[in-house]
Design a protein around this ligand. Structure first.
Ligand SMILES: Cc1cc2nc3c(=O)[nH]c(=O)nc-3n(C[C@H](O)[C@H](O)[C@H](O)COP(=O)(O)O)c2cc1C
Length: 262
């Protein structure tokens, strides 16, 4: 094993082995293993992952009355009474140096099974409410700090639909709840999303070229600069809620939370 051996968790959400998503997941595994890394994987459909977060997630309730997901999640995490499938995914996340989530864009977001993986695995005390400090350790700080994260997304529509003035809206903004909200929130460094556009009409040659580009992209997984999301505790949010007036003057919306130096 080389000294630079890392562990990478590959999570993918498409049941069809011939799908682009599954092909990209297989290519990622092969490329990273060939580089000497260790790959952990979560094939969500293949595992029969339970997508919905519900009362079955709390076999040992702290309060049998009105179900509070946050309170029961915190209780189950702290008491060690989470379900085995959730615990196993948390262990994989903790072991990983990088996490790659691969999925087809379904209605402008991830398939429900992947959203359900986040809902259930991201327990209180694990992905939020870290160290019992409420919202103090989030957006750049948290249990998953120091890990890298990358989305690999298959997009049916053409790139023009997702460009800066594209009719569907820019892809980086559509996926902001995942990159900023779900990956940066618990502390991970998030790389720019790897998107394949026009998958609805893609031919065999183009697939080959896209797979080659993906393999190439993965070579830089641990060297590439992450998206410069502003850290909550880096001074840009004096009250930990609102961006300082002096920063991104005259601008508002999601992208003010990316530090472009403007
Ligand atoms: C339920 C569903 C919703 C979809 N929503 C979108 C969408 O919002 N935008 C888009 O460009 N393509 C959309 N598509 C097309 C998929 O993105 C396309 O089938 C996928 O990228 C192909 O990759 P795959 O072979 O890995 O499934 C959707 C497809 C399905 C089945």
């Amino acid at each position: 094993m080389s000294v630079s051996t890392k562990k990478i968790l590959i999570v993918h959400a498409q049941p069809e082995p011939d799908s682009l998503t599954a092909q990209f997941a297989a290519a990622a595994r092969q490329t990273l293993e060939a580089q000497g890394h260790r790959v952990l994987s979560s094939d969500l459909y293949g595992m029969g992952w339970k997508a919905v977060f519900d009362a079955q997630d709390f076999p040992d309730r702290a309060d049998a009355g009105r179900l509070s997901f946050i309170a029961e999640s915190g209780h189950a995490f702290a008491a060690g009474t989470q379900t085995a499938d959730v615990e196993a995914e948390q262990r994989k996340l903790l072991a990983a140096d990088a996490v790659i989530l691969l999925f087809p864009l379904w209605w402008f977001g991830p398939p429900a099974i992947l959203k359900g993986w986040i809902d259930r695995v991201y327990a209180y005390g694990f992905a939020y409410g870290f160290e019992g400090q409420g919202n103090r350790l989030r957006y750049g700080d948290g249990l998953l700090k120091g890990k890298r994260a990358l989305l690999s997304v298959m997009v049916g529509g053409p790139a023009a639909d997702y460009g800066p003035r594209g009719i569907n809206g820019p892809l980086d903004q559509l996926l902001f709840p995942l990159t900023h909200g779900c990956l940066f929130y618990p502390g991970m460094d998030v790389l720019p999303t790897h998107a394949v556009y026009g998958t609805g009409r893609i031919g065999a040659e183009a697939v080959k070229a896209e797979l080659a580009a993906w393999r190439q992209r993965l070579v830089g997984l641990f060297d590439e600069a992450p998206i410069p999301f502003r850290r909550q505790n880096g001074g840009d949010y004096p009250d930990r809620h609102r961006l300082a007036d002096a920063l991104a003057p005259g601008r508002e919306g999601l992208m003010v939370h990316v530090d472009t130096g403007l």
